[in-house]
Design a protein around this ligand. Structure first.
Ligand SMILES: Nc1nc2c(ncn2[C@@H]2O[C@H](COP(=O)(O)OP(=O)(O)OP(=O)(O)O)[C@@H](O)[C@H]2O)c(=O)[nH]1
Length: 306
């Protein structure tokens, strides 16, 4: 004879009645086959947070296992696309009749991309932290992609101060002298010539964008490429000396405060097709022990806030 197991989610009384905005599970380990325009489908190990609301004030709780199993179907039988993600949310709600009418899922993973070197024609892996957040609320599907893009920022103030020291050193070396091309050329290539260097820092742009709700595919490559092209100094994967020299040139030609980086990206996303955007710039200062930070959003009434 089969034992009937108690199912308290259905039968027990709630200790305290009331509705809840989101209830579910966090940090579910979930291998997924991520599909995005211009990339081969890539297996990523995601951490998933899965939620439904609880509008039934009397119900003891939701059915966690139903959320987990819907995610497992996504992992084992489907590729991750805007369409399959919506199906997951629909299944969350359908499996919680009389309990829930809204669903949300957050997937975080590292996306490894092959990135070309600046000049040498080599390639290497660079990993981008990606978070995809999808929700289905009042039948409205919302899709957000967030990515962290690491780049180098060289301080324009420090560069000006370094140039001044170089000028002073030049004056000390060559004042009262007839200028000799060879002498100056050699001096410029010496450590006395470049007597000071500006500080630069590894910096991170955290970008979030809202995709149109009828998006058929992700296009993370376009988001990453357009951001890196705008900043000009993304952190590199494969680097030979010629690449390092080009990186030095790009840094010197793209000096930036955190305000410059934020304004450049704001201008980029203002003319993009994304419905909304959020930019957080972090310059992890090497001059200070604290960071330089700037935010920008599109400024929609119901949109991202800073
Ligand atoms: N709702 C809820 N469930 C929890 C919590 N912590 C652990 N669980 C467990 O999640 C498990 C799965 O719950 P259900 O989805 O209702 O499992 P089930 O009754 O076997 O599945 P169904 O037959 O589909 O309802 C249960 O064993 C719960 O005890 C919690 O904080 N809230």
């Amino acid at each position: 004879m089969q034992t009937i197991m108690p199912d308290i989610a259905d039968t027990a009384e709630a200790l305290q009645t009331g509705t809840l905005d989101w209830v579910g599970m966090g940090n579910i380990e979930l291998p997924l086959l991520f599909s995005s325009k211009g990339l081969s489908d890539t297996t990523v190990i995601a951490k998933a947070d899965a939620f439904v609301n609880l509008y039934n004030e009397q119900a003891k709780g939701i059915h966690m296992s139903r959320l987990f199993l819907a995610l497992d179907t996504l992992s084992c039988e489907q590729t991750l696309t805007p369409t399959t993600l919506k199906q997951v949310l629909e299944s969350f709600i359908a499996s919680h009749q009389d309990l829930s009418n809204a669903a949300k899922v957050v997937l975080s993973f590292e996306l490894p991309l092959r990135r070309p070197s600046l000049l040498s024609g080599k390639q290497g892996w660079k990993s981008y932290p990606v978070t995809i957040t999808a929700s289905l609320i009042n039948n409205h599907y919302q899709l957000e992609v967030s990515v962290d893009i690491t780049y180098s920022s060289t301080c324009p103030c420090s560069a000006a101060l370094a140039r001044q020291l170089i000028q002073q050193a030049f004056t000390e070396q060559f004042a009262q002298q007839q200028l000799n091309f060879e002498q100056v050329h050699d001096w410029l290539g010496s450590t006395q010539g470049i007597v000071a260097t500006p500080h630069s820092q590894r910096s991170v742009a955290n970008i979030k964008v809202k995709l149109p709700s009828d998006s058929q595919e992700f296009d993370i490559l376009a988001l990453i490429n357009s951001t890196e092209n705008e900043l000009k100094t993304p952190v590199q994967a494969a680097v030979k000396r010629e690449d390092e020299q080009e990186f030095a040139r790009l840094n010197g030609q793209n000096l930036m405060f955190c305000e410059d980086a934020a304004r450049k990206l704001k201008a980029l996303f203002e003319v993009s097709h994304y419905q909304d955007y959020y930019i957080k710039i972090n310059h992890y200062e090497s001059l200070h022990a604290h960071d330089a930070v700037a935010y920008a959003v599109k400024g929609l009434a119901q949109g991202y806030q800073v």
